[in-house]
Design a protein around this ligand. Structure first.
Ligand SMILES: [Zn+2]
Ligand SMILES: [Zn+2]
Length: 157
């Protein structure tokens, strides 16, 4: 079995991402805001975490209790558009976000409790390339999500 649960490697340091963020803010004619940088830091530091806008807002509220959810939504859509973060359509509860500078991985998502497990399976990676080639195409990317009942939810249902 090639499947394993690991903490996916970050491909860039937080400082380097924040440098790029400041450049992109300048390019877009925006003012610097602490909140943008804090959201990046939260998503960078929470290893293996995929956070909802509400969970991100709660993290920010530990430093500034006046953080509004609408400004968090606004920042998330900017950061997604600029490719600093990626959205994961997890389940009916909506989008969750993770830092973009992570090594490639796929997701296992519990439909009951929302637990998300990251994994990479070399056989599945290879198979997807083979299937694309079988149809005379070249694989550019893929997005694989397995919807499950996790080990806890499975036994409680
Ligand atoms: Zn579960
Ligand atoms: Zn992930």
């Amino acid at each position: 079995m090639a499947v394993e649960k690991t903490i996916t490697k970050r491909l860039e340091t937080l400082d380097s991402i924040l440098d790029r963020l400041r450049a992109s803010i300048k390019k877009n004619g925006l003012k610097n805001s602490k909140q943008r940088e804090e959201i990046i830091a939260v998503l960078y530091n929470k290893s293996g975490m995929h956070l909802s806008p509400e969970e991100i807002a709660n993290q920010l509220r530990m430093k500034d209790k006046n953080t509004s959810i609408s400004s968090v939504y606004r920042i998330l859509s900017f950061l997604e558009k600029e490719n600093f973060i990626t959205a994961l359509e997890a389940d009916k509860t909506g989008k969750r976000y993770e830092i973009a500078a992570k090594a490639h991985h796929d997701h296992i998502i519990c439909l009951n409790c929302g637990t998300i497990i990251e994994f990479v399976d070399s056989d599945i990676e290879r198979l997807q390339i083979d299937i694309a080639e079988k149809f005379g195409t070249q694989l550019i990317s893929h997005d694989m999500r397995l919807f499950v009942l996790c080990s806890k939810c499975k036994t409680n249902s």
